[in-house]
Ligand binder design. Structure first.
Ligand code: AP5
Length: 214
C-alpha cells in the first residue's frame, strides 16, 4: 500500500505518518526530514537548500524528484510507503507517477488533512521536534509521555525548527495554496483522494485515517 499525506504546514502530517509507520510497518518518507538531515550533515545539498527552507519557499523540483526516486527504490519501501511532504507541485506528482508506473506500482490513497488555517499558527509556534527521528511534539497538545524523552526513539534532545518563524510560516502557507493545493483535484479526478478532519484531536485523526486504510 502506497499512501500520500497532503495538507498545509502544521496540519499534522508528520505526527500521523509516524503512527501509520508503527501500525502498518511501512516507512514514513518525509522529504522535510530528509532535507534537514542533509543540512545537519553540512554537505553540498544541505548547503544548497538551507536558505530556501529557512525562508519557507519550496526546494526546486529536480532536487526533490532525485531525492525521492532513490528513496522509494530502497528495500524497506518494497511493501509500501507513506509520503509526507511529497509531492508538493504538479511536476513532482507527474514525476512520481512516471517513477511508479515504471515499477508497476501505484498510489493507493491520498489523504487530505482539512484544516482551519488560522489555528495552525499556534500549532507551529508550540512545536518542538526530536533531534534524532524528527517526531513532532507540542507544548500544549502533544507532550512526550515521559518528560524530555522521545516516545518514538527514546532520544532526549529536541529542537524548534528554523522555519517555524512568522515570516517563513506565511511563505509556507502561500506556497501550499499556490503550488500544492492544485494536487487535490489532480488526485480527486483519479478517485483516490479522501479527507480527514485534521482539526480534531490527534487520536481522532488517527482513527479517521485507519478507517481509510483498513
Ligand atoms: P516539511 O518538513 O514537509 O514541513 P511542512 O509541510 O511545512 O509540514 P510541517 O512538518 O510543518 O507540519 P506537519 O503537517 O507535519 O505537522 P506536525 O505533525 O509536525 O517541509 C519543510 C520545508 O522543506 C518546506 O517548506 C520546503 O522548503 C522543503 N520541502 C520539503 N518537501 C519538499 C518538496 N516535496 N518540494 C519542495 N520543497 C520541499 O504537527 C504540527 C504541530 O501540531 C506539532 O507540534 C504537533 O504535535 C501538533 N499537532 C499535530 N496534530 C495535531 C492535532 N490533531 N491537534 C493538536 N495538535 C496537533
Amino acid at each position: 500500500m502506497n499512501v500520500i499525506l497532503l495538507g498545509p504546514p502544521g496540519s499534522g502530517k508528520g505526527t500521523q505518518a509516524k503512527r501509520i509507520e508503527q501500525a502498518h510497518d511501512m516507512p514514513q518518507l518525509s522529504t522535510g526530514d530528509m532535507l534537514r538531515a542533509e543540512i545537519a550533515a553540512d554537505n553540498a545539498l544541505g548547503r544548497r537548500v538551507k536558505g530556501v527552507m529557512e525562508s519557507g519557499k519550496l526546494v526546486p523540483d529536480d532536487v526533490m524528484i532525485t531525492l525521492i526516486r532513490s528513496r522509494i527504490r530502497m528495500p524497506d519501501c518494497r511493501n509500501g510507503f507513506i509520503l509526507d511532504g511529497f509531492p508538493r507541485t504538479l511536476p513532482q506528482a507527474e514525476a512520481l507517477d512516471v517513477m511508479l508506473r515504471g515499477e508497476h506500482r501505484q498510489i493507493d490513497h491520498v489523504i487530505e488533512f482539512e484544516v482551519f488555517e488560522p489555528n495552525l499558527i499556534e500549532r507551529l509556534f508550540g512545536r518542538f521536534t526530536c533531534c534524532n527521528c524528527g517526531a513532532s511534539y507540542h507544548e500544549r497538545y502533544n507532550r512526550p509521555k515521559v518528560e524530555g524523552v522521545c516516545d518514538v526513539c527514546g532520544a532526549c534532545e529536541f529542537i524548534c525548527r528554523a522555519d517555524d518563524r512568522p515570516e517563513a510560516i506565511k511563505t509556507r502557507f502561500e506556497a501550499y495554496r499556490r503550488q500544492t493545493a492544485p494536487l487535490l483535484p489532480y488526485y480527486d479526478r483519479r478517485g483516490i483522494l479522501q479527507k480527514v478532519d485534521a482539526m480534531a484531536d490527534i487520536d481522532t485523526v488517527t482513527r479517521q485515517i485507519e478507517t481509510i486504510l483498513t
